[in-house]
Design a protein around this ligand. Structure first.
Ligand code: HEM
Length: 422
């Protein structure tokens, strides 16, 4: 590609999927996600080149896996498609790499996953439900009526921050720190980022996050067991041992729980309001039958797809969908595309709150790494909507949402709304 063409294609801005050759698609760019213009590019890839090779990107060459069935195939072969060294586009920074089991292979992954599994077990979650509901009610009751407010800041961030603080039993007055540390841990440093270097991320996490959790850990260890995540982890034999023998790994797993439950749930809460406004008939159906919240919740998560992708790295030469993959190749699983695959999902572009099989989607991934917090995320969204329906006739979107600048987190930074009481 010559320089002029390269400049023209930059950020794929203002161009349609048929304006450039397929081989020049680079879906690692953040602009198409921020501008919400990426959909038709994935549509064309699924139709014409479902296992697509991008030979040149900021992150080097990579494969895009765009169809539901191919994503499942890769997820089902963790020995060929490794989660190490990372599940992100960018290779880890050698100076600062917090180990997390989401980016580990067997047997280590399984051992560590089992240590925290109990904390998000449905029975344990049931014990937290009433406290979460109480917090949700307080936030909703404090909102001004008929005034334009930013739903992201006033509700989605506030709710997920409070719920996370509840689940972790972290001091409520410092809950925004959880959001902040999660943002720091997932940020790719740069001029438009909240951190300018990995050194800065390291400093923030080591000097603020680690001591805060260490203190909490000590406190919980010396008190009787409770249902909060930290207390469970402090009293479980394996995690206690891990914390003492390998504090970095323990920290990594804590950060994973914070990050996992932060942007993903936050953006599902924001997305749900947007989708119901875009689909007024679905909103009517919901108002007439509040019981539909149960099938709506997984549909919100499919439709939003809060994490666009996960990366795998090939451990050996292999064939995928007829394409030759080489050992060491980066393979990107585009959940956001698989969730709009018409061969797997009926009318995938439609938001249908009473879908027949609403949990059949890829937003939580698939296979041995499938999201551990899926039931917790669904519970939170269910409580939020049950309480919204008791109070408001409509949460009316008043302007265009602002979307985040990321190729991984699919979400919103601003969503102006006004509340119409029931
Ligand atoms: C893994 C999505 C909420 C904790 C994952 C993965 C995805 C995902 C795509 C990777 C799956 C794969 O590689 O196949 C989501 C979405 C959520 C959500 C869309 C909300 C709507 C949560 C919550 C928590 C959590 C609330 C915990 C508090 C985790 C953990 C893993 C994970 C620990 C690693 C699992 C492993 O590697 O075995 N999540 N997540 N997630 N998630 Fe979630």
């Amino acid at each position: 590609m010559n320089q002029a063409a390269k400049k023209k294609y930059r950020h794929m801005d203002g161009i349609g999927p048929y304006d450039i050759p397929l081989e020049d698609y680079d879906m690692s760019q953040r602009e198409p996600f921020q501008n919400n213009t990426f959909w038709s590019f994935f549509d064309r890839m699924r139709q014409e080149d479902p296992i697509h090779y991008c030979k040149d990107s900021k992150f080097g060459p990579f494969w895009s896996v765009t169809k539901f069935k191919d994503i499942v195939e890769v997820e089902n072969k963790p020995d060929i498609y490794s989660s190490e060294p990372t599940i992100a586009f960018l290779d880890p920074n050698e100076d600062f790499n917090v180990p997390m089991f989401i980016a580990m292979d067997e047997p280590k992954h399984g051992v560590q996953r089992r240590t925290v599994q109990g904390a998000v077990d449905p029975r344990n979650l049931a014990g937290m439900e009433s406290l979460i509901r109480e917090r949700v009610c307080n936030i909703l009751d404090d909102l001004p009526i008929y005034e334009t407010i930013d739903w992201v800041d006033k509700v989605s961030i506030e709710l997920t921050g409070q719920m996370l603080a509840t689940i972790l039993d972290f001091p409520q007055e410092h809950r925004r720190k959880l959001t902040y540390w999660s943002d720091v841990a997932t940020a790719v440093p740069g001029p438009m980022s909240i951190v300018s270097s990995y050194e800065e991320s390291r400093k923030i996490l080591m000097e603020e996050c680690v001591p805060a959790f260490f203190n909490l850990w000590q406190k919980k260890k010396n008190s009787p067991p409770e249902t909060s995540l930290i207390s469970m982890l402090a009293h479980a034999e394996e995690t206690s041992r891990m914390a003492e023998e390998n504090p970095m790994e323990f920290l990594g797993n804590l950060i994973l729980l914070i990050v996992g439950g932060n942007d993903t749930t936050r953006n599902s809460v924001s997305g749900s309001v947007l989708f119901l406004n875009e689909n007024p008939k679905e909103y009517d159906k919901l108002r007439e039958n509040h019981g539909l919240v149960n099938t709506m919740v997984p549909e919100i998560i499919r439709y939003q797809t809060p994490l666009t992708h996960m990366r795998r790295t090939a451990t050996k030469d292999t064939i995928l969908g007829g394409k030759q993959i080489h050992r060491g190749d980066k393979v990107i699983l585009w959940f956001v595309s698989g969730n709009r695959d018409e061969e797997a999902i009926d009318k995938p572009y439609e938001f249908i709150i009473d879908r027949k099989n609403p949990r059949y989607h890829l937003s939580f991934g698939f296979g041995i790494h499938r999201c551990m917090g899926n039931r917790l995320a669904e519970m939170q969204l269910r409580i939020v909507w049950e309480e919204i329906l008791k109070r408001f006739h409509k949460i009316e979107v008043m302007g265009e949402p602002q979307r985040v600048y990321s190729n991984l987190i699919k979400g919103y930074s601003d969503l102006p709304v006004r509340l119409i009481p029931a």
